[in-house]
Design a protein around this ligand. Structure first.
Ligand SMILES: C[S@@+](CC[C@H](N)C(=O)[O-])C[C@H]1O[C@@H](n2cnc3c(N)ncnc32)[C@H](O)[C@@H]1O
Length: 271
């Protein structure tokens, strides 16, 4: 069984999240019978949507690539009910994509993950090489300049301040100074430039504003990469606890049930 502790799975069940990834997959305009890749597949939420789009025609294939063995195991379990479409699960990273792609793909998705990558230019190059001419690279992120609307900033500020206070007060701990990759944000224009620099044409670009329920912030506070991003160097169980407690206090204090956030969606075609 895959270990669900500190996994992305609970967050990935939220309705608003599924709407965002559905919208992204729709933008890519996939056809039955295509061969597509879900890079950074996590626990398989996007993979399932891709199967729905390409299923029903000979040749359909979905490759789910994920570096975390525990996430990949959960993805296998989550998708165990799918019959009739070939899903290949591969433990690997975006930086090594060309090592695992033997035949050019029709589409490559990199969802909610590109911000985690340090060498973005290298990864875009790997994706370019792994696509057929006319194939599409589709990605989204909520870690870019402008992801948090101005009216949400008080919420984040208070939440983080309270989390740091709880961490210090209860455990006498402070995060290390290491800067998580997701904090080094690109703007929408920089993402566009990044793909254009590698010969892609931007086919679609959208900014989607969602109202995130407090329960989704609670669920993301139990996710390993979120905890490490905000509280580097802190043990995951302690990090999750202080983030959740600080969130509850902040939500009560500000009387919040939701907070807005923007997602950037982009589809780029190999020319
Ligand atoms: C926030 S989850 C998103 C999961 C899924 N793509 C979705 O949108 O629901 C980010 C995933 O990216 C993966 N990841 C992190 N660095 C990566 C890299 N260099 N190459 C490929 N995947 C990576 C993580 O292990 C994690 O499963």
């Amino acid at each position: 069984m895959g270990d669900n502790t500190f996994s992305f799975d609970a967050f990935a069940q939220h309705a608003f999240y599924n709407n965002v990834i559905r919208q992204l997959v729709t933008l890519a305009n996939l056809k039955p019978g295509q061969r597509v890749m879900d890079l950074g597949a996590g626990t398989g939420a996007v993979t399932r949507l891709l199967v729905d789009k390409v299923a029903g025609q000979k040749g359909a294939e979905v490759i789910a690539v994920e570096p975390s063995s525990s996430a990949l195991e959960i993805a296998r379990q989550n998708l165990a009910d799918i019959r009739g479409t070939l899903i290949n699960f591969v433990q690997s990273k975006a930086e090594q994509l060309t090592d695992i792609v033997s035949k050019p793909m029709d589409a490559i998705f990199f969802c909610n993950a590109i911000h985690l990558v340090k060498e973005k230019a290298r990864v875009v190059e790997e994706i370019w090489t792994s696509l057929r001419k006319g194939g599409v690279f589709t990605f989204n992120t909520t870690f870019f300049e402008g992801a948090e609307p101005p009216e949400s900033q008080q919420f984040y500020k208070r939440w983080m301040l309270r989390a740091l206070r709880l961490l210090k007060g209860r455990y006498d701990l402070s995060p290390t100074r290491e800067k998580a990759e997701a904090r080094q944000r690109l703007s929408e224009a920089e993402y566009e430039q990044l793909v254009q620099d590698h010969g892609f044409n931007v086919k679609s670009k959208e900014m989607v504003r969602v109202e995130m329920p407090m329960e989704s912030f609670e669920d993301i506070s139990g996710y390993e990469l979120w905890i490490r991003g905000i509280l580097p160097g802190i043990p995951l169980d302690i990090g999750a606890k202080v983030l959740k407690d600080a969130l509850a206090e902040t939500a009560t204090e500000l009387g919040l049930a939701f907070s807005p956030r923007n997602w950037l969606l982009m589809v780029a075609q190999k020319t």
